[in-house]
Design a protein around this ligand. Structure first.
Ligand code: FES
Length: 153
């Protein structure tokens, strides 16, 4: 057995007996799940370590996105129709940073597997994707002109 199925050529896979193919597939799925979990853990750790950013509302153009921090949480800030929305910057699918995706109106699309979310509600807009909505937060303009993240809404 190889460490994962990607090490087989197509021809080798086609020659595997059924029971061996099934065994290799189970092994590969377990490997993929472990790799995915590790990736998510690493992303989470990197976000916690990223520096605190001071963002002013004027720094976010209409239709633009950026990030800030609230404690150890990385927050996506998106401006639509003049209003700034704040939500977790981790895709509900596998945690990819949403600010690296695209914003079209109120819809942010993850840059990895194209899951879509409404920045107003955090709702999942992609049919057939049964993951949780993204947590949203109150946006507070602080006295020093920077954006502060308030309570979860
Ligand atoms: S991480 Fe898969 S859709 Fe965002």
């Amino acid at each position: 057995m190889k460490s994962n199925m990607l090490e087989y050529t197509q021809q080798e896979v086609s020659q595997l007996p059924d029971d061996r193919l099934e065994e290799e597939w189970k092994h590969f799925m377990a490997f993929s799940t472990q790799r995915q979990r590790l990736r998510e853990d690493v992303q989470r750790m990197m976000r916690k370590k990223s520096p605190q950013q001071r963002v002013k509302s004027e720094d976010i153009p209409e239709g633009g996105m950026t990030t800030t921090k609230a404690g150890t949480r990385e927050i996506l800030l998106a401006r639509v129709d003049g209003k700034i929305y704040a939500m977790d910057n981790a895709c509900g699918h596998s945690g990819y940073p949403l600010h690296e995706g695209t914003l079209d109106g109120y819809v942010v699309t993850c840059g990895w597997h194209d899951a879509r979310f409404d920045v107003r509600s955090g709702a999942v807009l992609s049919p057939g994707r049964d993951f949780k909505p993204i947590k949203r937060f109150e946006v507070v303009d602080a006295d020093d002109g920077t954006i502060k993240i308030g309570e979860e809404i």
